[in-house]
Design a protein around this ligand. Structure first.
Ligand SMILES: [Zn+2]
Length: 248
């Protein structure tokens, strides 16, 4: 029997049977794994609060024949504001979903782990427009994974001006002359490009007070969502999610 000791972030949990729960954990030392919390559905269980979504904790996990089981846990960060606020909760769910889809079982990434931890902390503590937060998170994520689009120069000729189109297949901005060389080049508003650059480079803290029009937010979201679909090959619920938030 192997004992694993590690800090971890709870990506999600599911009920299994009458009394137990299964947590999907992103562990710092062993990557993504799923672990059973025995009796976690019982209110008096010592595991009742052990695997709440988005919390960070130190865990002792043992490896059984078929499953991992949580043996001990000690809370590091519960992210109380996320639990209390529906918008924050939706943003955190989106973040969790992307990471869960990107990571394979047992895949380890210290960089992604720290980024996730930092992002949850920002959702919990800062007041940021949810759509802006998600755009910024998505851009930081694709960059961390090595798929950052080219935003400063035409991807075909390298020119720095007249960057009025964006192409997923070419991987960034394209000038008017080169646009026919990228079959899926689509117009990109100058302000949207500026916003994308700012969301990418700016720390979450800096996004608290900026104002961006709904039209630009929508365009930025469309560009980034399509880009992520093409390069990360994951289907994300970003658009449904945005519609839902706008109707709240
Ligand atoms: Zn060009």
């Amino acid at each position: 029997m192997r004992l694993l000791k590690t800090e971890a972030i709870v990506l999600k949990n599911n009920s299994i049977g009458e009394t137990d729960k299964m947590a999907t954990l992103f562990t710092k030392n062993y990557g993504k794994l799923r672990a059973v919390a025995k009796g976690a559905r019982r209110s008096k269980s010592r595991f009742v609060n052990a695997i709440r979504p988005f919390m960070v904790a130190n865990y002792v996990i043992f490896e059984g024949q078929n499953y991992y089981y949580i043996d001990q846990w000690e809370l590091i960060e519960s992210h109380k504001n996320i639990e209390k606020d529906l918008v924050k909760f939706s943003v955190a769910s989106y973040i969790s979903e992307t990471v869960n889809k990107i990571l394979e079982e047992n895949q380890k990434s210290e960089k992604l782990y720290q980024f996730l931890k930092h992002s949850f902390k920002a959702v919990d503590e800062l007041q940021i427009d949810p759509l802006i937060f998600i755009a910024s998170y998505n851009l930081k994520l694709v960059s961390l994974l090595g798929y950052m689009p080219q935003l400063d120069n035409c991807i075909v000729c390298g020119k720095r001006e007249d960057l009025k189109y964006f192409s997923n297949s070419c991987g960034g901005v394209v000038c008017t002359i080169c646009k026919n060389k990228c079959f899926d080049a689509r117009p990109l508003h100058e302000v949207a490009l500026k916003a994308i650059k700012y969301f990418f480079k700016g720390d979450y803290e800096k996004l608290q007070n900026i104002k961006v029009s709904g039209v630009i937010k929508e365009e930025v979201d469309k560009i980034i969502t399509a880009y992520m679909k093409e390069h990360l090959e994951i289907e994300l619920k970003s658009k449904d999610f945005i519609d839902k938030l706008q109707n709240m």
